[in-house]
Ligand binder design. Sequence first.
Ligand SMILES: [Zn+2]
Ligand SMILES: [Zn+2]
Length: 255
Amino acid sequence: MRIKVLGCSGGIGGILRTTGFLVDEDILVDAGTGVGDLSIEQLCKIGHIFVTHPHLDHIVSIPLLLDTVYGMRKEPVTLYATRESWEILKAHIFNWKVWPDFSVIPDETNPFLNYREVRLGETVELGSRRFTPIPANHVVPAVGYHLEGDSSSMVFTGDTTTCDELWTAINKIENLKYLVIETAFSDGEEKIARLSKHLCPTMLVDELSKLEHKDIRIYITHLKPGEGEVIMHEIERDAYRFNCRPLYNGHIFQI
Ligand SMILES: [Zn+2]
Ligand SMILES: [Zn+2]
């Protein structure tokens, strides 16, 4: 199972892209602006999209992708999200005002956008690839994902602030190799981090102290544009023992 980072920034500008991962050739986990870097041929191969939560930076490419490949791709695209996230997407994106509702196009019985509900702790298997929603704590209902391949696994937290349930879930995973966790703000913006239910380095250190795994590699994602260096410096200063690295666009994980 090959996981390629298509975007890992909190914003856009220059080479920055918002959150999204390409799993092998056919699966997206979140669909931020980086999906737009894929060719039309690559977009046509996407058959499954897992959504952490309905914030724009994580879903912005879904409506555009569907419109682009409609007519070129024969099979429908399946969207995996919690019921709460799906209802928000239906009400605010696929509402015929912001974008057509592809879940009734061309008709309700055979829609091009096929919704499938996911629930915390319930694994979706696509061949030998396993996806399990794990807890997150954000301003809208949100989940992270545990991605499991043949030999090892990775946790992507999505957007989250402090969340004890997340660590309970992570600590139970036996073959965990990678943890991708957000730190959206610097300590100078702790107030806005708490208000918007993200993490800043001080909060990250508290969270990582709940981690029982000793031998996993930790990557930091969702850095606010222009603050990446400050955030990573603060993490290095306060959490050096965890050897956290910034996640980069184009990074490939093999699990
Ligand atoms: Zn968010
Ligand atoms: Zn976000």
